[in-house]
Design a binder for this molecule. Structure first.
Ligand code: PA5
Length: 342
């Protein structure tokens, strides 16, 4: 935090470095997770993951990655309050990179009041200080990163370890994360050039992104990275839900929109069929249509492959638009303004 920049070139280089180091971050995250002291818990009825923005998106992946093995439901909470049913049988993961995000802090305080079982995941701030003082389990993330969104590897892997060590999921993920980081190291150059081509198509169009239901977390990550790194609006929706509403909206001159379908070759057959059949609607009305396929073995590996590709797309789009991928001044300004109303 508090890093000074001399010129925009430095910002590009810095974000480029952060994205390029994603495989190393996954490796470091594994080391942190393995060493973390998290007690095993009995009688957990549900897990509630609280976190916003770059510290909240990891929960969406975690929920999807553990869907087949979790012993209890995983719920995502992105607000000040937590549900009334949360009690001592609820495991709450409070995830905030800075440790100072007001919604996450308020949810954490509510979880304390409701006597929930708490694990804090943060690089410091009020959250870490309070959780340590209260004797809760914590996972400390490395401090000094200027952008929480560039710490997805840390927060995602920390959440997986927190769930595993507390007894809610088996450890299916370590091997898959190693496969992922090895693949990304090998394929990064190729991914960068693919991403640059995609970014070129997005410069003068708004991306509308689709995928199968299980791709929701990846689509959300692409959207958030395009928003924050490239200062670009985008939206996303999933199949089959879009076939029941949004498809009807595809009528008229939408030449300013670029449809990007994020696909896995083993997406459920009916989802694939729906995407194939809907393709002609997009091709008729949108300004452009493209399909991007994942690579890898496990669902985790395939998803993080697409995540990494999307991070590069947002980086190249920022560069093409002359935007600083590093700054989110409007978020910082809003947080400052809110403080005046504390
Ligand atoms: O990427 C960002 O800077 C934001 O989306 C932040 O992650 C968000 O504002 C929450 O902050 P924190 O991650 O510190 O809890």
């Amino acid at each position: 935090m508090g890093r000074k920049f001399l010129n925009i070139e430095e910002n590009y280089e810095y974000m480029e470095k952060l994205i390029a180091e994603f495989p190393d971050q996954l490796q470091e995250a594994l080391d942190i997770g393995r060493k973390a002291h998290i007690k095993s818990r009995k009688y957990i009825h549900e897990v509630l993951i609280c976190g916003m923005g770059g510290s909240g998106v990891g929960a969406h992946f975690v929920k999807d990655f553990v869907s087949e093995t979790a012993q209890v439901p995983i719920l995502i909470n992105k607000d000040y309050d937590i549900p009334d049913f949360a009690d001592e049988h609820t495991l709450v993961l409070a995830s905030s990179y800075s440790g100072n995000t007001e919604e996450t802090l308020a949810a954490y305080t509510a979880a304390k009041k409701q006597n929930c079982s708490i694990i804090a995941i943060s690089s410091g701030g009020e959250l870490m200080a309070d959780a340590q003082a209260a004797g809760f389990d914590t996972i400390s993330l490395p401090a000094g990163y200027p952008a929480p969104r560039a710490c997805l590897g840390f927060s995602l892997v920390a959440q997986l370890f927190a769930l595993h060590k507390s007894g809610c999921v088996p450890n299916f993920f370590e091997e898959q994360i190693i496969d992922t980081l090895e693949r990304i190291k090998l394929e990064q150059e190729d991914m960068r050039s693919k991403a640059e081509q995609i970014a070129q198509l997005m410069v003068d169009r708004l991306p509308v992104m689709y995928g199968a239901n299980r791709t929701d977390a990846t689509l959300l990550r692409w959207r958030q990275q395009l928003n924050e790194n490239a200062k670009h609006l985008a939206w996303h929706q999933v199949f089959p839900e879009m076939n029941h509403n949004e498809i009807v909206g595809w009528k008229g001159d939408y030449s300013q929109l670029l449809v990007v379908a994020l696909r896995h070759r083993d997406d459920p057959a009916r989802h694939q069929l729906r995407m194939d059949l809907t393709r002609e609607v997009f091709q008729h009305w949108a300004g452009g249509y493209m399909e991007v396929y994942s690579r890898g073995g496990s669902f985790l590996e395939k998803s993080l492959y697409l995540v990494h590709l999307g991070d590069w797309v947002s980086y190249y789009l920022a560069e093409l638009k002359g935007e600083n991928p590093d700054e989110v001044k409007v978020i910082d300004h809003l947080k400052e303004q809110l403080k005046k109303y504390d």
